[in-house]
Write a protein that binds this ligand. Sequence first.
Ligand SMILES: Nc1nc2c(c(=O)[nH]1)N[C@H]1C(S)=C(S)[C@@H](COP(=O)(O)O)O[C@H]1N2
Ligand SMILES: [Mo]
Length: 517
Amino acid sequence: MGADGTPRADEPEGNVRAGRLLAAWSGVLAAALTLGVGQLVAGIVSPSAAPLVVVGDAVVDRVPAPVKEWAIRSFGTSDKTVLLAGTAVLLALLAAGAGLLARRRLRAGVAVVAALGAVGVVAAATRPDATVLTPLPSLLGTLAGASALTLLVRRVPATPDPARRALLLGGTGAAAALTGGGGQVLVSARSAELSRDGVVLPAPADPAPALPAGLDPAAEVADGLTRYATRTADFYRIDTALVVPDLRAEDWSLRVHGMVDRELTLDFASLLAKPLRERWVTLTCVSNEVGGDYVGNARWLGYPVADLLAEVGVRAGADMVYATSTDGFTLSAPLAELTDGRDALLAVGMNGAPLPREHGFPVRLVVPGLYGYVSACKWVVDLELTTFAAKTAYWTDRGWAERGPVKTASRIDVPRGSATVRRGRVPVAGVAWAQHRGISRVEVRVDEGEWQPARVLPSASADTWCQWVFDWDAQETGTHTLQVRATDGTGTPQTDVVAAPIPDGASGHPSVSVVVQ
Ligand SMILES: Nc1nc2c(c(=O)[nH]1)N[C@H]1C(S)=C(S)[C@@H](COP(=O)(O)O)O[C@H]1N2
Ligand SMILES: [Mo]
């Protein structure tokens, strides 16, 4: 090793290997410090400005729609964890490479770190919620990382004393952990969670009507049958947000503008002061597969969208409400459905509590009968009255249908597919939904035989799903196929035409195979 730390051509093999390893390590530690300092600065500036978050969000927004759908299908709700973990592994590899490169050519190695940092800075600066401060975490993190890499690559190989080497490397690692951990503490301290803890929801001026007799929202009618009321913690979550937007109720405001007579800006306190309505509404995702569980039923509290629109005075010609969330997500909701008398709500409460952060705290939209991607904007901060001719939104730009009425659907929850059941009386049960049209009939058939009526349990209204139960007299042993179909309140049965979720929702008869013994 030369005195300046550069490797010599005649260096012994073992030293070269050790030198490479140290250099790769130096790169990884420098990257860790970059993220740590970035997190610390983000804790001061804004949690959503952390380097991994801005880059991750930029990736999520730019990957082609089929890749995104594949990720949601393959990893379900853990798609975000997988993405973050994948990014961390990729980053560690790149950082190790930068360290190795820096061992030979310091400038080149530092240039790689700078280039990675630049990705963060650009991703931060182009965020929909960007301010002049948003790129700061990536910028300062990169400066710290580049300095650390320079220091380590110069000093570590030149330091003969192993204890001092360990101090240099360990010190960088410790600095990364301290800044990262400190940043995390700051992030949680200023988070919306605290704000949510402080929210006291008013009693609804128009409470949800009493549930019909025979409907126990928490009961599992048959063993394993989905409850009528989905627990908040079990409610499916679908959104494009890599990290849940950190929007405090105190900082929230909603602008209603566009084709209106009187533009309006509403803050959270004023929203809570309005007469609020509470209703059971079942929400469904358009990407739900036949038999899938991207559907849930909750009691929502909110201000009727129709009343809000009456306040601003919608101008003739408008046919769409373009909703924007604080993180830049957009959706196009049809004005007709928002104002036809159904309980479309600007919601603040879910199941008697403020909206959970993952479900849109502090304010979201909930519209019975429309898939979430054209109605249920979470973290909503802007409503523009406009036309379908003038604007397209996040998912409609990615090939999904402009209109998204919920298709009549049903699901068999009991018995589970591939289950083995005893000969004799077998309860078959599940849920069915056709929000705003309601369910009038549910039928089951065995091995493609005659459709036989199932017992449909009562529900709060046509805007929610219902549970159904069918007593199957299973006499023949062997494998059998059970199928279900629902008929909506207009008398139209669920179609047997098999369709994939894209562009306007999956269809087909759900079926499960079971073995009778
Ligand atoms: N801001 C925002 N709102 C959003 C989305 C989103 O990605 N971002 N996804 C929509 C979709 S596709 C669905 S199905 C519902 C899901 O709401 P949930 O996560 O509360 O179940 O939210 C809708 N609102
Ligand atoms: Mo969705």
